[in-house]
Design a protein around this ligand. Sequence first.
Ligand SMILES: NC(=O)c1ccc[n+]([C@@H]2O[C@H](COP(=O)([O-])OP(=O)(O)OC[C@H]3O[C@@H](n4cnc5c(N)ncnc54)[C@H](OP(=O)(O)O)[C@@H]3O)[C@@H](O)[C@H]2O)c1
Length: 276
Amino acid sequence: MVTGALGQLGKELVALLMEAGYQVSAVDLPEFDLTDSSVVEAHLSSERPQFIFHCAAYTDVERAEEEPELARQINALATADLSVSADGLGAPLVYISTDFVFDGEQRKPYTEDIYPNPLSAYGRSKRDGELAVMQSCRKYFIVRTSWLFGRSPAAFPQKILAKASENAPLKVVDDQRGSPTYARDLAGGLLPLLGSDAYGVYHLANGGTASWYELACETLKLADMGDYPIERVSAGEFTTKAKRPAYSVLDCSKYKETFGVELRHWREALAEYVQS
Ligand SMILES: NC(=O)c1ccc[n+]([C@@H]2O[C@H](COP(=O)([O-])OP(=O)(O)OC[C@H]3O[C@@H](n4cnc5c(N)ncnc54)[C@H](OP(=O)(O)O)[C@@H]3O)[C@@H](O)[C@H]2O)c1
């Protein structure tokens, strides 16, 4: 079963699972609302999934500051209910989480044993989701990823390309660093979890690090718009409701050691993404 099957990650994961010959129960809004426990219960008892990838989430970081309760309801409370049901079925549950559970005070990649300290309502709701999974489900994987881009107009590279094609001015933050991650690469990296019993918390992102500015420049370069002017700004120059970590690079060595999976460098992944 894949929740959030129409989202950036869910879409890629469903496609890869089907290509690999799995029978997939792909669910998303509007038919499947995680916050409606009767819908979730009915679905689980009829489908009886053997493995659950929980990719659905409230992901609008800015809007979550205005409606933190809704973010918590979807990312934490509904996740708690799903975890209890998964445990009842004996189905392993994969909860996709985020680098935004960290405060960004470090200047070296975050390992799984560093205590989360989220700065935003979104980050808190995902941290609470992680705790719920740990408490309610014995067979869990929590996979934290970062700066996801997939086939969605809301993906950062697509927004940059859209603005450039409209000739709109571009101002991009250069003092926040993370690891951009291609949703298709992440989906591929999740497949080895099927059949594994190495439960626990893991980090998984594309290799290398970037600032948003560097990511924007590379995107434009790959789309043959490398001359397009971009103003490099600091996060402080933007008024945003949500606070974001200044540094949220994830150390993915535990995943590599356990599953033998290492995602390629983000530049290589971005090149494929822009070309496709
Ligand atoms: N995007 C990032 O940069 C990023 C970074 C780190 C981690 N993550 C995590 O990675 C996972 C996948 O992210 P993504 O970028 O693929 O997210 P996404 O594109 O926003 O997809 C999430 C999906 O969940 C659905 N959804 C929202 N509320 C729901 C509800 N109440 N019931 C059922 N489905 C619901 C959404 O539907 P609607 O679109 O209709 O709301 C959407 O189809 C999430 O857990 C996210 O927290 C994302």
